[in-house]
Write a protein that binds this ligand. Structure first.
Ligand SMILES: *Cc1c(COP(=O)(O)O)cnc(C)c1O
Length: 354
């Protein structure tokens, strides 16, 4: 894939060292753009100055939500290198999402090359402080100006970059999670496994409710029986019960996280008994009552590992490990972030260096 580069003539002021970056609020000097037209395929790959885009108000994305997105990070490595973590997995997941949403496929190498090229040009934007990174947001929108319900014949694939602060400004602190018993996020046969905006639109109502009650995230139950654990807002969920590592099996309504996949690999390598299966809320409540619910943590690109100290379900509030971070959660966090930053050996060749 040939990428045309138009450099920004005026560069923005970068955040100062130590300045609070937050998440997803600051954008770099450039972005990647590529168009798709039926019959012609993906074309005109280019890097241009970060700018607004102009679309017809009839563009299909605004009406029926045909869109997808991805999320990954670049970390600052030694000697001004940029380090990506398993970007090929994001490329493959893009195509799984695209397939579900009738969006054309993008060759895995082209996706990865596009990410590398735009990170390369804006590498000076990768922040340095511990825990910070350059968040990479690839996304695709349907652009046909047409109000009929059908797959669009034209699309835009765009990648924007945002320097982001440490997820845990004050250390790795366990969070409280609200197990949602009223609303559901996704059902089997729907698009729960796809990374698409519609899943998030469906989640806002419960998220607001959980926040109002002082919980930071929602844990979803299955959409049919509302009995089995699925996943958290933007994270997969793990439990350590009686020495075993458990996570819900990928069943079509759960997003197949890359962090989830990495955690499974590490836990198996470390000799833990690992089970991917159905886990009911009743089983959790039971385990907690018997003192066997040892740890709980979420996994996702943003937080990497998010220890959970409290789970609420209807009238039950379950405290886990005294609301302190568990040993395995901490080891996973240290190992994965260590690999991402190039500080510990990367036996699985997960890092890609630019
Ligand atoms: C992105 C996402 C995750 C986490 O996936 P990672 O690849 O680990 O970042 C989990 N659940 C949902 C709903 C997501 O959108």
């Amino acid at each position: 894939m040939e990428i045309k580069i138009e450099k920004a003539t005026v560069l923005k002021e970068k955040p100062k060292k130590g300045e609070a970056l937050g998440f997803g609020k600051i954008f770099t000097d450039h972005m990647f753009v590529m168009d798709y037209t039926e019959g012609k395929g993906w074309h005109d790959a280019r890097i241009v100055p970060f700018q607004d885009i102009t679309l017809s108000p009839a563009s299909m994305v605004f009406h029926y939500g045909q869109e997808m997105f991805e999320g990954l990070k670049a970390y600052r490595g030694e000697n001004n290198t940029a380090r990506l973590f398993r970007p090929d997995m994001n490329a493959k997941r893009t195509n799984d999402t695209n397939d579900r949403l009738c969006i054309p496929q993008i060759p895995v190498e082209d996706f990865v090359d596009a990410v590398k090229a735009v990170v390369d040009i804006d590498r000076d934007w990768i922040p340095e402080e511990e825990g910070t990174s350059l968040y990479i947001r690839p996304f695709i929108i349907a652009t046909d100006a047409f109000l009929g319900v059908a797959p669009s014949k034209t699309y835009k694939f765009i990648i924007i970059l945002s320097p982001s602060g440490a997820y845990y400004a004050s250390g790795l602190k366990p969070v409280g999670i609200w197990i949602e018993d009223e609303y559901v996020r996704a059902v089997k046969g729907g698009m729960g496994f796809a990374k698409t905006g519609g899943n998030y639109a469906a989640s806002l109502k419960a998220q607001v409710k959980a926040h109002d009650d002082g919980y930071s995230q929602v844990l979803w139950l299955d959409g049919v029986e509302r009995k089995y654990i699925e996943e958290v807002g933007a994270m997969n969920i793990f439990f350590k019960i009686d020495g075993k590592v458990l996570t819900p099996a990928l069943n079509g309504s759960i997003l197949p996280g890359i962090t989830r996949n990495s955690v499974l690999k590490l836990c198996r390598d470390w000799g833990y008994e690992v089970e991917e299966r159905k886990i009911s809320v009743d089983e959790l409540i039971e385990a907690q009552k018997n003192g066997k619910l040892e740890e709980c943590w979420g996994t996702g690109t943003a937080a990497v590992i998010s220890p959970v100290g409290k789970l609420r379900y209807v009238d039950d509030v379950m405290l886990i490990n005294n609301e302190e971070i568990g040993e395995l959660s901490k080891k996973l966090y240290d190992t994965i972030t260590g690999i991402q930053l190039g500080k510990i050996e990367d036996e699985n060749n997960w890092s890609v260096i630019i």
